[in-house]
Design a protein around this ligand. Structure first.
Ligand code: IMP
Length: 204
């Protein structure tokens, strides 16, 4: 029988990437919606890791299953690592990414290539039914582009230029992105932790 793992996200773009990477016959990976859980968790941590732990713990304590949660975002060096932990909320949660992306491009107006460095970062926390928590962390380095390019991915992908690949992360296929992305790498580390997890059997 496969073991249920719930991923605490309501972002369909992320969920697609996560299912692809955690694909394993031993596990049934469900979104909160698929698991029938609805809960608003206030992400008031000051780091990606803190926010991931807050989410995984809150949902794990509700359902008692293994719960994974990630917190990720874009750090732009020239903008003092903005939008950082506020990546999803930058300019307002409901503002379109075309507006967010073009706004960031305009804030980088006149900034030379070498100073356009940025990274996507991702922290993943796992809550286990015994109350223990484990975390992983990874990043993907790149540069802020001069215009939006590409239609794959989501969020800030169209302005995230990968010099070694000669394209943005929105121009990669999902497989290509998962192999090098912050979330892909943090998930591969988490996959190893999940494989090693041995549920405690209750004895009277
Ligand atoms: P979270 O859902 O609170 O982790 O917020 C993450 C936010 O960071 C997303 O809503 C995007 O704005 C941005 N982000 C994180 N990972 C990616 C990515 O792989 N591509 C594009 N944007 C990303």
């Amino acid at each position: 029988m496969s073991r249920k793992i719930i991923f605490a996200t309501s972002n369909p773009g992320k969920m697609k990437e996560i299912k692809e990477i955690l694909n394993d016959p031993e596990w049934e990976v469900l979104s909160m919606k698929e698991a029938g859980i609805s809960a608003e968790v206030v992400e008031d941590g000051t780091t990606f890791e803190e926010n991931a732990i807050i989410k995984a713990k809150a949902i794990g304590e509700i359902c008692g299953e293994i719960v994974l949660a990630d917190d990720s975002g874009l750090e732009i060096d020239f903008l003092n690592k903005e939008p950082g932990v506020y990546s999803a909320r930058y300019l307002g949660e409901d503002t379109s990414y075309t507006i967010k992306n073009n706004h960031l491009i305009s804030r980088m107006d006149g900034v030379e290539d070498e100073k356009r460095t940025a990274r996507f970062v991702c922290a993943i926390a796992a809550y286990f039914p015994d109350g223990s928590i484990q975390t992983t962390y990874a990043s993907m380095e790149g540069r802020i582009g001069y215009e939006e390019k590409g239609a794959n991915g989501f969020g800030y992908d169209p302005i995230f230029y990968l010099p070694e690949m000669g394209c943005t992360s929105a121009e990669l296929t999902m497989e290509q992105k998962n192999a090098i992305s912050h979330r892909g790498k943090a998930l591969v580390q988490m996959k190893e932790i999940l494989r090693q997890y041995q549920p405690q059997t209750k004895s009277n």
